[in-house]
Write a new protein. Structure first.
Length: 209
């Protein structure tokens, strides 16, 4: 995060801001890791050990988390999603055909991803970034609606983010209920600074559309 220390005005919720960052930083951006208080190996252990599991990493940035997941979970198919084309290009150069790639807005995923496609969505920092914007409730609502649409029944949204206030938890729970997602906060692996939370999609009988 040192790249932002000289510019406290950086808008973490801005898609254009992130595109400019990745375009400007180039290969140096590949070394940036959010929430380093939880090791990548520990996060990878949170991914279910299931054959042919489809995992979507939203707002993936240039984290090395995909490496850790591939090493720990050999059968997982990983799709990397970020709104920055420069970020996605860097990841393609790093991983080649080991991953799938999508450049797009996570709050509009159903416009470019098929419904009921993924077993897990992994969010390490995207929701944190959205919380930084004015009127953050609308993009968060859209993110959860879109996530519910593309998750398979019984699928889960794994969130690693800064600790949440009670009012924010209430908001996520209420929004989740509207979309068939049930939240559990402060899960195993949480630290004093970072909270691990999981939202699970209803198995059947619920459509977010």
């Amino acid at each position: 995060m040192e790249a932002f220390s000289k510019d406290s005005s950086f808008d973490f919720s801005s898609k254009q801001g992130w595109e400019e960052y990745y375009n400007r930083q180039g290969k140096e951006a590949l070394d940036m890791e959010w929430h380093s208080s939880i090791s990548l190996n520990d996060i990878a252990e949170m991914v279910p050990e299931e054959e042919s599991l489809e995992c979507l990493m939203v707002g993936c940035g240039t984290s090395h988390l995909p490496d850790a997941v591939l090493q720990k979970r050999k059968g997982v198919s990983i799709t990397l999603l970020d709104s920055s084309s420069s970020c996605i290009n860097q990841l393609q150069q790093r991983y080649g055909n080991k991953m799938k790639y999508v450049c797009g807005d996570a709050t509009r995923m159903s416009t470019f991803l098929s419904s009921s496609t993924y077993d897990m969505i992994l969010d390490k920092g995207l929701m944190d970034a959205l919380f930084c914007g004015e009127g953050w409730d609308h993009p968060i609502q859209s993110l959860l609606l879109e996530s519910a649409n593309i998750l398979k029944p019984g699928g889960s949204y794994l969130l690693l983010g800064y600790r949440l206030m009670s009012a924010t938890k209430d908001f996520l729970e209420q929004t989740g209920e509207l979309n068939g997602l049930q939240w559990k906060f402060d899960c195993e692996g949480s630290t004093e600074r970072v909270m691990v939370s999981i939202a699970r999609k209803a198995n059947e009988g619920f459509s977010a559309l």
